[in-house]
Design a protein. Structure first.
Length: 575
C-alpha cells in the first residue's frame, strides 16, 4: 500500500495514512507547512490516497466536513497555529453536526522547544504557548493529542481513530515536527471498528415500557428523525420502525434525506415555520412525537416547548420519555427493542397515509413574494426552486446529485423539496455557517461520487469564492448557484424585516449591503464556466446546458430582486 523504496522506513505518518485508507478515506484535504512537512511528504508518496490541496483553511475544513458526511470519515492536514486556527470554524461545525474529521498537524519539535526554553525564542506561527493548538482544538473535538515521540504512536493513533468513528465527531492529532517521519511498526491486520456500548437491561426494559405506554395511548403519533440516525448507520432500523409501527414520519432540516425521500409515510421535512403547511399541521397536531437522533436547536424552540411532555426522545446522549431520563440506554438498543414491540403487538402497523406532496408549481407558488406577482419573468427564491426542482425531476436527476447549503434564505426554501436520495442533502443547518456551501461542494462531490449542486447567497459565496478554483483544478463539475441580490438577506430578516417592504424609505442596514461583483468574469478567472441569468427563460436555458458539462465547475449568477422575501422566511421572521 505504501509506494516507498524498500530502504525507506515505514513511519508514523505512514501508519496513520494506512489506517485512514482502511477506513475508507481516499482523499486528504491539505494546507502545506514546514512543521508538518514529514506528514505531507509521506502523503505525497502514499498509494491509494489523493492529496487535495485547497486555497485556504476554511475551504479545506468545509470540504472535509462534507466528505465525512458523505463518506463516513475525513482527514485534513494543517500547519501549526496559522492553519489550525483558521480552520477552527469548520471543525467546530463538524463537531456540532456529528461529522468525523481527523485533524492532522505538527508542532515545533524537541529542538525548537529546547531553544525556546534556553533563549526565550518565539517560533513562527506560535502564540508563545506551543500547546495552544491542542488546547483550542480540545473544545471542538472528542480527543486531542500531541505525540512527542514515536514510542506508542501506533496505539495512540488507533485509539484516536476509534474515538472519531465511535462518536462521529472530529479528533485532533499533532506530532512534534520530527515524529511524523520517525519509524513505526506496521498496523496489525485487524481493521479498526467503533466501540459498542450496551444498555443496562433493566434500564432498557423500563425505558421501552414507558415509551410503549405513551405511544400506545397516542391518537396521532409521529416519528421525527434526525441526522444521528444517518451518521451512526441506523437508517435501516428507522425504516424497520416505520414499517412495523405504520407511523408517519418527518425529519429535521439537518436530518433531511436520512432516508430516500418519498413513500406513503413521509410527510416532508419539518423546518418550523418554513415548512409546507401540511407538514406544520401534522407536526403540531401530533400527540406523541417519537424523536430519534435529532439535534433540537432553537429553530425548533416552539416545537419543543409544546411537545416536551409528550415526546419520546432517543439520541446519542440517551433516552428521555416525557420527564423520565435514561442516560445509559443507547439509541440503537432502544429502537431495536421498540421495533420488536411493534412487530409483536396487535393493531400494528397502523394504516396511516401521508398527504401527497404538493403538486407543482407548489409549494413554491404560494410562498412566492406577492410584491413581484405582476413580473412573472423575474426570478425569485421560490421561482428558482420551482423551475430548478422541476428540471431535476423531469431529467431524472434528483437521486444523482448531492445538494449543499450553508445557512441562507435558500436553505429554508430548499427544505420544502421532496424526492432526494438518502444522504443527498448536506447543510450547515445547526451550526448555521454562512459560506459553508461553496467549500463543502468539493468534499461532497469527492465523498459521494455524485454531482454537487450548491445554492449560496452572494454574501456566503464571497466568503469562500476561491473554492471555485479548487473545483476547477480537480476538474469537478459541481454547480454553484449564487442568489445575487447584493445583501445578506437572511441577516436582514432577523434584524429588521421592514427593509423588505416596497419603497425607498425602507432600506437595508448598511452592514447587510454587499459589493457588486462580476461573477462571470470571476468564474473565468478561476477556470470555471460562468453564466448570468436574470429571467425565468434564461434560467431554464442554463439548466438545460448543465448535463452536458462534465470537466469543470459552473457558476450561475441568479439575479433576484433585492427585496424578494420568500414566504418561508417571512414566517420564520415572525411576519
Amino acid at each position: 500500500m505504501v509506494d516507498h523504496e524498500a530502504s525507506v522506513p515505514f513511519t508514523v505518518a505512514d501508519y496513520l495514512l494506512t489506517r485512514l485508507k482502511e477506513l475508507g478515506v481516499d482523499h486528504v484535504f491539505q494546507i502545506p507547512g514546514d512543521y508538518v512537512r514529514h506528514f505531507t511528504q509521506a502523503l505525497e508518496h502514499f498509494e491509494g490516497i489523493e492529496t487535495v490541496g485547497t486555497v485556504n483553511e476554511l475551504e479545506a475544513s468545509y470540504a472535509a466536513d462534507a466528505y465525512a458526511r458523505t463518506r463516513g470519515l475525513a482527514a485534513i492536514s494543517l500547519q501549526f497555529g496559522v492553519s489550525t486556527f483558521s480552520a477552527l470554524n469548520g471543525i467546530a461545525g463538524a463537531f456540532v453536526e456529528r461529522s468525523p474529521i481527523v485533524v492532522i498537524s505538527a508542532t515545533p519539535g524537541a529542538d525548537a522547544r529546547k531553544i525556546t526554553d534556553m533563549y526565550e525564542v518565539l517560533f513562527h506561527h506560535s502564540t508563545g504557548d506551543l500547546d495552544a493548538d491542542q488546547k483550542v482544538l480540545e473544545q471542538v473535538t472528542v480527543r486531542a493529542v500531541t505525540l512527542s515521540t514515536n514510542v506508542g504512536a501506533a496505539e495512540a493513533i488507533d485509539e484516536l481513530l476509534v474515538d472519531a468513528i465511535t462518536h462521529r465527531r472530529p479528533v485532533y492529532i499533532a506530532c512534534y515536527s520530527e515524529v511524523w517521519g520517525q519509524p513505526c511498526p506496521r498496523p496489525p491486520a485487524k481493521v479498526l471498528a467503533p466501540r459498542v456500548k450496551h444498555s443496562p437491561p433493566a434500564a432498557l426494559e423500563d425505558a421501552v415500557a414507558q415509551a410503549w405506554s405513551m405511544l400506545a395511548a397516542a391518537k396521532r403519533p409521529l416519528v421525527f428523525a434526525g441526522v444521528e440516525l444517518l451518521r451512526f448507520g441506523l437508517t435501516d432500523l428507522l425504516r424497520q420502525l416505520i414499517d412495523a409501527s405504520g407511523f408517519l414520519y418527518t425529519t429535521t432540516s439537518l436530518g433531511k434525506t436520512v432516508l430516500d425521500e418519498g413513500g406513503s409515510k413521509f410527510i416532508g421535512t419539518y423546518s418550523d415555520a418554513a415548512s409546507i403547511a401540511s407538514v406544520r399541521e401534522i407536526v403540531m397536531a401530533s400527540d406523541c412525537v417519537l424523536t430519534l437522533g435529532a439535534i433540537i436547536t432553537d429553530d425548533y424552540l416552539a416545537f419543543i416547548e409544546d411537545k416536551y411532555a409528550r415526546m419520546v426522545l432517543a439520541t446519542t446522549a440517551g433516552v428521555r420519555v416525557g420527564y423520565f431520563e435514561y442516560p445509559d440506554v443507547t439509541m440503537k438498543d432502544f429502537i431495536t427493542a421498540l421495533v420488536e414491540r411493534f412487530r409483536g403487538a396487535a393493531g400494528y402497523p397502523l394504516a396511516t397515509v401521508a398527504p401527497p406532496p404538493p403538486v407543482w408549481p407548489e409549494p413554491w407558488a404560494s410562498n412566492d413574494d406577492p410584491e413581484f406577482r405582476d413580473r412573472p419573468d423575474l426570478i425569485t427564491y421560490n421561482r428558482f426552486f420551482q423551475h430548478t426542482t422541476k428540471f431535476l425531476k423531469d431529467s431524472d436527476l434528483l437521486r444523482d446529485i448531492v445538494m449543499v447549503y450553508g445557512v441562507s434564505s435558500s436553505l429554508y426554501v430548499a427544505t420544502n423539496m421532496v424526492g432526494l436520495a438518502k444522504g443527498g442533502f448536506v447543510a450547515s443547518a445547526t451550526w448555521q455557517c454562512i459560506g459553508f456551501e461553496t467549500g463543502a461542494a468539493l468534499g461532497a462531490q469527492l465523498g459521494s461520487g455524485k454531482r454537487a449542486i450548491t445554492v449560496a447567497g452572494d454574501g456566503a459565496f464571497m466568503m469562500v469564492c476561491q473554492a471555485l478554483s479548487t473545483l476547477a483544478r480537480n476538474r469537478l463539475n459541481a454547480v454553484i448557484f449564487v442568489m445575487s441580490n447584493q445583501v445578506y438577506a437572511i441577516e436582514q430578516v432577523f434584524v429588521d424585516m421592514s427593509a423588505f417592504e416596497p419603497g425607498p424609505q425602507h432600506k437595508f442596514d448598511a452592514f447587510d449591503v454587499l459589493p457588486k461583483w462580476d461573477y462571470v468574469a470571476l468564474a473565468r478567472a478561476f477556470g470555471a464556466e460562468g453564466v448570468r441569468v436574470e429571467t425565468i427563460a434564461e434560467l431554464e436555458a442554463a439548466l438545460r446546458r448543465l448535463p452536458g458539462i462534465h470537466d469543470r465547475p459552473v457558476l450561475v449568477e441568479v439575479v433576484i430582486p433585492q427585496k424578494d422575501l420568500p414566504g418561508q422566511m417571512k414566517r420564520l421572521g415572525g411576519g
